[in-house]
Every structure is written in C-alpha cells, then in structure tokens.
Design a protein around this ligand. Sequence first.
Ligand SMILES: [Zn+2]
Length: 195
Amino acid sequence: MINNRISTISFFKKISYNKKLQQRSIDDINLIVIHCTELPDLRVAREYAERIIYPSGTGNCGHFYIDTDGQTYQWVDLERVAHHVRGFNTTSIGIELSHPGRYPNWYHADDQDITQNYPQQQITSLLKLLDTLKISIPALRFITGHEQLDTEMITAKDQPNIKIRRKIDPGPTFPWATISKHTQLSFLETTEDYE
Ligand SMILES: [Zn+2]
C-alpha cells in the first residue's frame, strides 16, 4: 500500500528530465498522437519513461498519461519536445493510455492480437483532455495513432521467418469512431495526409 501511495504521488510530478527536453513554441504544435503504453500499469510505464537513453540525458515519454480509472497526468510540459514517435516529435503531443497491448511478448509472432478494451472512464478522460488542448492550442488540427505514423515491420523475436509490426498502438480496440464523433481534429490515415 505504501508503494502504491508513493507511486500515485510521483505520477503528479513531471518526468525528471522535463527541463532537459528541447524547447518549442505552443504555436509549433498541430498534431496529437495517441499511444497505449503496452505495459501492465502506470507504475511500470513511469519506470520505463524515466529511463535515460539519449545523450541529452532524456528518454522516451509522452506528454500525458491516462490511467485505466480515467485519472490524467501530465509528465512533460507542452513547450517541450517529448520523444514518443519517430519523425513527428517536434510538432506533436503524445497522449499515452495505460493499456497492456501486447505485453509482455511484444515481438512474439503468436502474441500480436490485442483484445482488451479501453475502459469507458479512460476514454471519457481522453475526450476531456482533447477538448482542453483544442482550446489552449490554436494551431492544433490533426489526431492520429502511433501505428499510423510508424508502420515499420520487424522480424519476430521467436520466429525469424515472420515479420510483425514494430508498433500497434493504440491498436484495434481503440474507439476511433467515438473520438472522431467528438472532436473536430482531422484523423490522419497515413503520414501522406500530414502537411
Ligand atoms: Zn506508442
């Protein structure tokens, strides 16, 4: 229980390297990228996000994290470029939904089906966050998923003759229809729709 309480408190803190991330203007942001953590819970997601993997003393992290109970946390300032997607970081906001995805066998050929639904309270919180961001960021125009932007195929870890997707998040159970009904942001099917 004590561990849980400490974790919850730390979720309200920005990521430790927040101020080391490259600065940008709010006007540079026009895209929201939806992710799922592909991890068992938010505590583990925080551990991964805190890992330093770049020479700048930073790591991979989204701007926002939404837990399965709908609680929303901001780990990176909007005026900072977070590393959450290849090629689109400088103009985007990363929103991570806590969801197991393919965990723990992300790259095993027979574990590529994502079947777990996103809880209603998590999606309700996401819609609220999208509304807030649309109001506070005038240039915001697009929304898409990580899997739409990163379509790389890689060799399965357990079966070298099979190719799998490097990224399938937020995955097939993510309710895109609900999102597009609610928001005025345009959905990017592919990177070619992005200008
Ligand atoms: Zn992702």
